[in-house]
Design a protein around this ligand. Structure first.
Ligand SMILES: Cc1cc2nc3c(=O)[nH]c(=O)nc-3n(C[C@H](O)[C@H](O)[C@H](O)COP(=O)(O)OP(=O)(O)OC[C@H]3O[C@@H](n4cnc5c(N)ncnc54)[C@H](O)[C@@H]3O)c2cc1C
Length: 394
């Protein structure tokens, strides 16, 4: 279908919203984006890991500028603390990833979607089906009608409530701490920095694990990096989410050099969230379509939230180009993206069970045990980032 003249309203102007706007523009639609926040979105978020193949495809198709800084590495290294406090590397796997800085990724998508009308500080209060098959967007500043409404309004999506009223997140019962540190925090620790230049690193400890990787800080060359982490654990009692707890964990369980970096390093950012997931039973029902976290949230072990949003956009563009009508395009989209969301939620739960709820005895793990354990957890794939059928594939 030539989507020329198709009116597309997008609720939410973050990663998913800007990516969907690019998709609509590329297919020929007239796109309007409503973003509730009037502030600077590029300050949100920390590290985002995307598959190299997806990154290449997004650059080739013009969603991302090739100049957007990334910090690619090709391997995954597994560490735990040895009895003398040093780091014991117990496994290494090929696992190519392209770490990005959330803010730079958003900025690149925002630039690529400049052809859309972007309204900032414009909270949508309702989306309503119209008798003609379109939909109405209501905001304090007024109303407008569209042929397609894209709900890219995040995990508490108002648009999703139309498609799946009453859907609630399922809490995992543990939390994730995300942080970034300047490379100066590693100044006295050469080995961790050397490792991070070639691999993303998992540090296993009783009751959880931490993921560490370098991300670009922005602007500068290959040394302009931040150390990003996500640490998963269940804090004791009711103190779920305390920022100080991660420092305590690091001191108690991390290899000494890593503990010193995380527990004593001056952070540039740190947040903590309870982990939860949810999945909309249908990703689109004309004229509504859900993208990114609005369509579903997986446990972050899958590193797939932004990835899924980007794939959602590629899928919408293809569906618009290949369909005879907007309704047909949305049905194609639902057919492809609904099962993918369900698969990722299931994968996130399996990973959470294996790496947080029932952690192995990390001190007893070796290369063979890690490989076997990964295969069992991942139903045959050797590494979830992003093997086989996953995000890297077209
Ligand atoms: C620990 C952790 C690690 C992660 N690591 C990765 C990773 O490595 N790789 C990866 O791909 N993903 C990762 N993610 C997930 C990723 O950050 C999110 O999935 C992604 O940013 C979601 O983008 P979104 O646009 O769907 O939602 P959001 O970024 O939440 O944006 C929703 C937008 O909608 C706006 N909005 C909401 N309601 C309204 C309204 N009524 N009117 C107008 N605007 C509205 C909001 O202001 C917001 O800007 C991680 C997440 C966590 C927690």
């Amino acid at each position: 279908m030539a989507a020329t003249g198709l009116r597309m309203g997008v609720v939410g102007g973050s990663i998913a919203g800007c990516a969907m706007a690019v998709a609509g523009l590329r297919a020929g639609a007239d796109v309007t984006v409503y973003e509730r926040s009037a502030g600077a979105l590029q300050d949100r978020g920390l590290g985002i890991v995307i598959p190299p193949a997806l990154h290449g495809r997004l650059v080739a198709t013009g969603y991302l500028d090739a100049a957007m800084p990334t910090a690619p590495v090709a391997a995954r290294v597994w560490l735990t603390r040895a009895p003398d406090g040093s780091a014991r590397e117990f496994a290494r796997q090929p696992s190519p990833v392209t770490p990005c800085n959330w803010g730079l990724l958003w900025q690149a998508l925002r630039t690529a979607s400049a052809g859309a009308r972007h309204h900032r500080g414009r909270p949508v209060t309702a989306v309503v089906r119209t008798a003609s098959g379109g939909a109405l967007v209501r905001a304090p500043q007024g109303e407008a009608t569209y042929d397609i409404i894209v709900g890219a309004d995040g995990h508490e999506s108002l648009t999703r409530r139309v498609l799946a009223p009453g859907l609630r997140p399922s809490p995992a019962g543990y939390a994730v701490w995300r942080g970034t540190l300047p490379l100066s925090a590693t100044a006295d620790h050469r080995r961790p920095l050397e490792l991070l230049r070639e691999a993303w690193v998992t540090v296993g400890f009783p009751g959880g694990h931490g993921i560490f990787y370098l991300i670009p800080r922005g602007g500068g060359g290959p040394d302009d990096r931040l150390l990003a982490y996500a640490i998963y654990a269940t804090p004791p009692g009711r103190s779920r989410g305390e920022a100080g707890y991660v420092r305590q964990l690091a001191e108690e369980y991390f290899p000494q050099e890593w503990a010193e970096i995380v527990a004593r390093g001056e952070h540039t950012a740190m947040t903590c969230h309870p982990v939860a997931d949810l999945h909309a039973p249908v990703a689109a029902d004309p004229p509504f379509l859900l993208a990114g976290d609005a369509a579903g949230v997986t446990r972050p072990h899958t590193a797939s939230g932004a990835v899924k949003a980007l794939q959602d956009a590629l899928c919408l563009e293809e569906a618009l180009r290949a369909s005879a009508s907007a309704a047909e395009a949305l049905r194609r989209y639902a057919h492809e993206r609904t099962p993918e969301g369900a698969r990722l939620v299931d994968l996130g739960r399996r990973l959470g069970r294996a790496q947080v709820e029932r952690t192995p005895d990390w001190t007893a793990m070796d290369q063979g045990a890690v490989d076997a354990w990964c295969r069992a957890t991942l139903a045959g794939a050797s590494s979830y980032l992003y093997a086989g059928t996953e995000a890297g594939a077209d």
